[in-house]
Write a protein that binds this ligand. Structure first.
Ligand SMILES: Cc1cc2nc3c(=O)[nH]c(=O)nc-3n(C[C@H](O)[C@H](O)[C@H](O)COP(=O)(O)OP(=O)(O)OC[C@H]3O[C@@H](n4cnc5c(N)ncnc54)[C@H](O)[C@@H]3O)c2cc1C
Length: 424
């Protein structure tokens, strides 16, 4: 095995795998290694377990990034759920009434706002593609246990005892990111003192290809449409209530979710497994240091209320691939400081803006003061009625505006996807 690479990606989750696809797919002779601790499983397509418990609302920009990776059509064929509307309302209000906001793809002249997709499916499709790219070496299961960063190259220490060298190492190893620690990069953050409970449910009435979100006093409850008619719920609440939800028997759980969703889709009639995730806001102080960069959750974690976490990560991957491939095309070293700084300036600003906006929305809805509640409902109504403001808001969330990497812009990505051969 070649032990010298142009880029080593640490962590082959959705973001790391997408980055490796873009780098290796963008330049034939580019040598990319992915070091991943856990081999991704094959999604259980034919059973109730698909889609799996972890799903994401994938923006149109992320769809383009996945198309540029050469995997969107396969993901779409395996089963995704487009959603055409998003309805958000305050617990004291009614959906579609005052104190609510409704985003509709028809108003924007697009076919849908985004898709709900199984995380495992995305990662699996990307890995299938990586296995077919000539320049890629997959080191899995393997763990990075140390990093030596110097002016000339990076040396990565692997748990198995081997060392590998590269011009650039990228930490895409998730929120706890060991590599971020090895590189000496600090993070700012806070716990939300909230836990998200996720489960798939079946409701009396159809979901109408709509993403529903009701803001309760302890946090939001989202009902996301799945392609088999079920909904995936993400209920962010106090750790105590999350524990009670985890332990409740099926009937009690159905009753609690029906009440919390104000019966917007009628009674909850069935549900599957449940899982919980403690929520944190986290942002790395630096995105880069000598021959090292962070991407995805390793750089930032945000509250799931806006469904933006991995979407921001895919834009990191696309931006980093763009600056690195541009540097290489100009005969420069991919680990040089200048392209890394360009990446940092670009993505740190965009991500900070998104993270603080999402945090502000979360705080506003948690404020129990009566006057704040009145102002909040008034604000939602005003934004709902202000077409231009509303459109700009949703276009940004969908990745149709903002400072986007080339592959995330409208032209180009679909062509790459169509060209990618896929026979496995
Ligand atoms: C309840 C919930 C709902 C969410 N919903 C949405 C949504 O709707 N839309 C959205 O955009 N985002 C959503 N998110 C956020 C999204 O799930 C994350 O942003 C995304 O999973 C991060 O992907 P990643 O590849 O950066 O990190 P990860 O998925 O954490 O991947 C990191 C990888 O690194 C590997 N690794 C770790 N350490 C090492 C090591 N030392 N050596 C080698 N490999 C290592 C791990 O095994 C893992 O595979 C949600 C999050 C939560 C909690």
């Amino acid at each position: 095995m070649n032990r010298q690479f142009d880029v080593v990606v640490i962590g082959g989750g959705m973001v790391g795998a997408a980055l490796a696809c873009l780098l290796a797919g963008g330049r034939d002779e580019f040598r990319v290694a992915v070091v991943e601790a856990r081999e991704p499983g094959v999604p259980d397509f034919t059973t109730e377990r698909f889609p799996g418990l972890r799903v994401s609302a994938i923006s149109r920009a992320s769809q383009r990034v996945l198309a540029a990776c050469g995997v969107w059509s396969q993901i779409q064929d395996a089963g995704v759920s487009p959603y055409g509307r998003m309805v958000v309302w305050d617990a004291q209000a009614e959906p579609f009434g005052r104190g609510s906001i409704c985003f509709d793809s028809a108003e924007l002249g697009v076919s849908c706002l985004g898709h709900i997709v199984d995380n495992g499916l995305i990662q699996w499709a990307l890995w299938q593609r990586l296995r077919r790219l000539a320049g890629v070496t997959l080191c899995c299961p393997e763990r990075v246990t140390g990093l030596e960063l110097d002016e000339d190259r990076v040396v990565l220490q692997l748990e198995g005892g081997q060392q590998i060298g590269a011009s650039l190492a990228v930490g895409a190893d998730g929120g706890a990111s060991p590599s971020r620690g090895f590189a000496g990069i600090e993070v700012d953050g806070k716990s939300y003192d909230q836990t998200a409970v996720v489960a798939h449910i079946r409701t009396e009435r159809p979901h109408q290809e709509t993403a529903w979100q009701r803001f309760l006093p302890d946090g939001p409850l989202a009902l996301l449409p799945l392609h088999d008619g079920r909904c995936s719920i993400v209920w962010s609440t106090t750790p105590e209530q999350a524990a009670a939800l985890q332990e409740a028997d099926a009937n009690a759980f159905h009753r609690l979710v029906t009440d919390a969703s104000a019966g917007v889709l009628g009674e909850v009639v069935d549900s599957g497994r449940r899982a919980s995730f403690p929520l944190r806001l986290q942002h790395a102080r630096d995105y880069t240091t000598t021959r090292f960069a962070l991407a995805g959750d390793a750089a930032h974690t945000v509250h799931p209320l806006a469904g933006q976490g991995v979407n921001l990560g895919f834009l990191d991957a696309a931006a980093l691939a763009e600056v690195v491939l541009d540097a290489v095309a100009a005969d420069r070293d991919p680990g040089e400081q200048q392209p890394l700084r360009r990446y940092e300036r670009w993505r740190k600003g965009e991500n900070l803006l998104a993270a603080s906006g999402i945090d502000a929305i979360g705080q506003l809805f948690l404020d129990r003061h009566e006057l704040v509640g009145v102002a909040r409902r008034l604000g939602l109504t005003l934004v709902n009625d202000a077409a231009m403001l509303k459109n700009e808001f949703i276009r940004r969330a969908m990745g149709l505006s903002g400072d986007l990497p080339r592959v995330a812009r409208a032209a180009g990505a679909a062509v790459i996807d169509a060209q990618a051969s896929w026979s496995e």
